[in-house]
Design a protein around this ligand. Sequence first.
Ligand code: HPA
Length: 272
Amino acid sequence: MTTPYALAERAAAELREASGFDRYDLAIVLGSGWREGAVALGEPVSDVATTDLSGFLAPTVAGHSGRILSLDFEGVRVALVSGRVHLYEGHRVDQVVHPVRTLIAAGARRVVLTNACGGIDPDVAPGSVVVIRDHLNLTATSPLEGEAPPEPYGSRFVDLTDLYSARLRRAALAVAPELTEGVYAGLRGPHYETPAEIAMLKTMGATLVGMSTVLEAIAARHLGAEVLGLGLVTNFAAGVTPAHLNHLEVLETGLASAAALGSLLTRLVSAL
Ligand code: HPA
């Protein structure tokens, strides 16, 4: 049987062939709204549809088309990955983390995971970007569940004490001192939370809430990559204000923030 690791290696070889990049330094997984911002990094050298690569699924969410753009930004070989898939689409955890495993197999030792999320802290307004300092994985699963990783991959009992790299967080805050740090609670969704759930998450120490990132972060750390997580707060979480939530608002805040996200990404890439 093909392991998820062998599948990622195969996809990485296909990506190298299709993109002409023999290796990558940095992978940026683009969450809702971030793709429009990433245009600021310049013209990609290649654009590969993820459906042409082994193991990738077609995303089902608007704003998540599956492509890997490759570009050289001041000597840093960057892969921009759009078309994240989520547990709530009915996919398995190994399918959710396959893009991250593929890019790491293609050489990326640094992985930036971006997302759109709800803000639990009333002082952090929609439109703000927050550096993820730590997370609560509330998906009740793990990318390391199941068969033990084959040799030469590391043990499944991976230490997550410093999951979100202190070095990358410092680098991000140095180039973008306007950013704050927060704790991201990752849930399965796809429904948004109830006000009581948000109150619970707040007690548990979360300041952000969303439906992605945590599983990819664990998979990346297991493979020894350095992880940076960036959350774009698209709305106040349920019950933080009297307002109701909707997916359109999430997409619109993303679009409205594109220029600011682009400026942030260009400052970040050469600093990480
Ligand atoms: N909750 C969960 N996921 C989200 C939210 C939210 O409020 N906003 C954007 N993604």
